[in-house]
Design a protein. Structure first.
Length: 207
């Protein structure tokens, strides 16, 4: 157990150490860095965190993170509203948007099916996707852009079976993404090509 000369310092380190990928040594380094900054910088940092919880909400259409009820992507008249790209979380939306190769809409699941972690279909926004497709017959294609992991393939297969009730095209991103890779870590060129060169969903690829 580390010994601290200040309770305030210890509390700040413990708060930072709760963040994913941040150990206690890294947390201490970050806290000491902030401590060296002037009061205005520290106040701006804490205010940004408060504003994050006050103002950030989830889009009522696609579940993307936004500052209002409907995100700018869903609101944009320039997007191809016949396409919906299903992704795991907001980081995947950002990764795909950075490619500049996709101009449709999104649906953010909020995770993937993972029995080992106790995450089932009801914990995701799959029912919301079904309701969205029922309400909007203009959607003609659903792209499954999920990580090429066992959990990603399981989630894709579950959604594929659900989508059989709808008259639309179901496709997956091309396997330019290596097996076992997370979408957010793919380079923009590879990810962009995988979106452009997407293929029809093949149930045999997940067996």
């Amino acid at each position: 157990m580390d010994t601290y000369s200040s309770r305030a310092l210890q509390a700040a380190v413990e708060a930072f150490a709760q963040l994913p990928g941040i150990g206690r040594k890294t947390a201490l380094r970050l806290v000491l860095h902030l401590l060296k900054q002037d009061a205005g910088t520290a106040d701006s940092f804490s205010e940004a965190l408060r504003e994050l919880h006050r103002n950030v909400v989830y889009c009522t259409h696609c579940h993307n993170i936004t500052d209002k009820s409907v995100c700018s992507i869903c609101e944009s008249p320039r997007r191809n509203r016949a396409l919906v790209c299903v992704v795991e979380d907001i980081r995947d939306v950002m990764a795909i948007e950075n490619t500049g190769q996709y101009h449709g809409l999104y649906h953010v699941l909020g995770g993937i099916i993972s029995p080992m972690e106790g995450i089932g279909p009801s914990d995701l926004t799959i029912d919301s996707l079904s309701g969205r497709l029922q309400a909007d017959p203009g959607i003609r294609e659903v792209i499954l852009a999920l990580s090429t992991t066992m959990e990603g393939d399981t989630t894709g297969f579950y959604i594929y079976r659900m989508l059989q009730a709808f008259d639309l095209k179901i496709s997956v991103i091309a396997r330019g993404i290596a097996i076992g890779d997370e979408l957010e870590y793919a380079d923009e060129v590879t990810l962009g090509r995988s979106i452009v060169n997407r293929t029809a969903y093949d149930v045999n690829t997940v067996k």
